[in-house]
Design a protein around this ligand. Structure first.
Ligand code: MG
Length: 172
């Protein structure tokens, strides 16, 4: 059984993951409107990934005999000046999520809830990847600057990204 402290914190994290999903969907819609379908595609996949993260936490709470409680999702920003600006905002946001995951991990350990701690270990690794992905894209967009051909080619590259459900989703 999950203790209330851990369960409340996991429910908060579900809300944070869904807020992330909403943030990336908002970014996708901006770049869809701006004629950058590849960038929009990248963020749409990010939207799916964040929903998967929320699902992993929901499945986990249910598996432990707990109770998922969904809360209101706060409004998200709706405009970014460029893809570079959006990827900088993405990195900044993912760094905050990393801190949330680390806090949760510390709480699970303090509460001697080792099953929750072990589940969180997957998210610790996932956050390294999330931050690295954003950083790489910041580097690419910085390198290209305002070069039209470069932006076109990078947009094409991002158009090729496809969604793969995280393996942890199939383990439950
Ligand atoms: Mg996430």
């Amino acid at each position: 059984m999950l203790n209330n402290k851990v369960q409340d914190a996991l429910n908060e994290q579900i809300n944070a993951e869904l807020w992330s999903a909403y943030l990336y969907l908002s970014m996708a819609m901006q770049f869809e409107a701006d004629g950058k379908p590849g960038v929009a595609n990248w963020f749409k996949i990010q939207f799916q990934e964040e929903q998967a993260h929320a699902t992993v936490f929901m499945n986990y709470i249910n598996q432990r005999g707990g109770r998922v409680v969904l809360k209101a999702i706060d409004a998200v920003p709706t405009s970014w000046s460029s893809p570079l600006d959006a990827f900088k905002a993405t990195l900044e946001h993912e760094q905050k999520v990393t801190a949330l995951i680390n806090n949760l991990y510390a709480l699970a350990e303090a509460e001697r809830d080792y099953a929750t701690r072990d589940r969180l270990a997957w998210f610790v690794t996932e956050q390294v990847e999330e931050e690295d992905n954003a950083r790489q894209l910041i580097d690419k967009f910085t390198l290209i600057g305002n070069d039209g051909m470069g932006l076109y080619m990078l947009d094409q590259e991002l158009a090729a990204r496809t969604y793969t459900a995280p393996s942890i989703l199939n383990e439950d």
